[in-house]
Design a protein around this ligand. Structure first.
Ligand SMILES: Nc1ncnc2c1ncn2[C@@H]1O[C@H](COP(=O)(O)OP(=O)(O)OP(=O)(O)O)[C@@H](O)[C@H]1O
Ligand SMILES: [Mg+2]
Length: 340
């Protein structure tokens, strides 16, 4: 069992691919961009990259570009000399210098202000820069990883992120899939977080019911692994599954905003006849609700783009960034028609 298997839970095909990629790039020193929704495990993957590399005994330094005010971010990254500005009463090393010989994670890189992006571009060229107020340069040796939950390509198109910096950083791109795309890992996560929390609160491991596990496998997890971890801990502490289930269903309903919940009672099967709870069920199954909501959203967007382009399907496919064939299929599937 290597460090990836030790710290990254999951055996689903997408997670196995992430682990494999970590092993392949671990000693490459190539810049890596980790992307994916909030809570999918980008920071954990960054740690796994560092711990799998031969820099593992050196520092791993994280800078959260979104949490530090813009005017402080530059000094945080590159440090300053004593007297560089009012209040700089002693020299301070920046995160790049602190990460010397190790790894630096530029977290939430999508939130880095444009002015700093141009400086970053220069620094990444040879990892040489000067502290604020310094006369000479310092040169560091560190592995640069960046993480974001933005769609950076989209940000580049919208001129929110410099294209040249994007290409310099994105030598290796790692996409960490949302939890809803790896439901086969959910049981592993429940057991892992339950075990961890039981140790922390010194209690025996809590048994999660089949109902809870089934629900967890179908829920859409907008907060991804972080949300699952928090829920496991809350349930272990408060055991209030009924309340949690209601909250999650309400949240799911809000999320697919605008979608009307239609109740289709399922035909009686031995399974749902036996279960009083299922017979009383007020809601359709989540997968069905989700699918309908997605189709509805797709239909709305595609119609708008088609209207905008005067039903020029080639142009519409370009804007939607899908193939022409896929667009034709969608038009048919969604039964879209040109308004006269
Ligand atoms: N595969 C995994 N195995 C074990 N723990 C995981 C896994 N993925 C995520 N976690 C845990 O879930 C929590 C969220 O992960 P992490 O902070 O790495 O997410 P993130 O993608 O960086 O989120 P954000 O975009 O909000 O910063 C952490 O407690 C992390 O340890
Ligand atoms: Mg993070």
């Amino acid at each position: 069992m290597d460090v990836c298997d030790r710290i990254i839970v999951g055996n689903s095909p997408p997670i196995l691919r992430v682990k494999e990629l970590i092993r392949q790039v671990a000693n490459s020193d190539l810049n890596v961009v980790l992307c994916g929704e909030s809570g999918v495990g980008k920071e954990l993957v960054a740690q796994a990259l560092h711990l799998s590399s031969n820099r593992k005994d050196k520092p791993f330094v994280k800078v959260n570009c979104a949490a530090i005010p813009n005017e402080l971010l530059e000094s945080e990254l590159f440090g300053y000399e004593r007297g560089a500005f009012t209040g700089a009463d002693q020299t301070k090393l920046g995160k790049f210098e602190l990460a010397h010989n190790g790894t630096i994670l530029l977290d939430e890189i999508g939130d880095m202000p444009l002015v700093l992006q141009s400086k970053m571009l220069q620094v990444l060229q040879d990892l040489q820069f000067s502290r604020l107020g310094a006369k000479s340069d310092v040169k560091v040796n560190c592995w640069v990883l960046a993480a974001t939950n933005h769609d950076l390509e989209q940000d580049v198109r919208n001129r929110l992120f410099r294209e040249d910096l994007y290409y310099r950083l994105n030598i290796i791109s790692m996409f960490i899939p949302p939890l809803r795309e790896r439901p086969e890992d959910i049981d592993l996560f429940i057991d892992y977080f339950a075990g961890q929390f039981a140790q922390k609160i010194e209690s025996p491991v809590f048994e999660f019911s089949v109902d809870v596990r089934n629900f967890f496998r179908q829920y859409s997890w907008p907060g991804n692994v972080r949300e699952l971890k928090n829920l496991v801990e809350r349930l272990m502490l408060l055991g209030d599954w009924q309340t949690v289930e209601e909250e999650l269903l309400a949240r799911e309903t809000r999320r697919i905003n605008g979608h009307e919940l239609t109740t289709h009672p399922s035909p009686p099967t031995p399974d749902n006849l036996n279960s009083e709870k299922r017979a009383k069920k007020k809601f359709p199954c989540l997968k069905e609700v989700k699918k309908k909501a997605v189709l509805k959203a797709e239909g709305k967007l595609i119609s708008e783009v088609l209207r905008e382009t005067g039903w020029n399907r080639k142009r519409a496919a370009e804007i939607l960034q899908i193939s022409y064939k896929a667009l034709l299929y969608k038009i048919k599937e969604l039964n879209l028609r040109r308004e006269e």
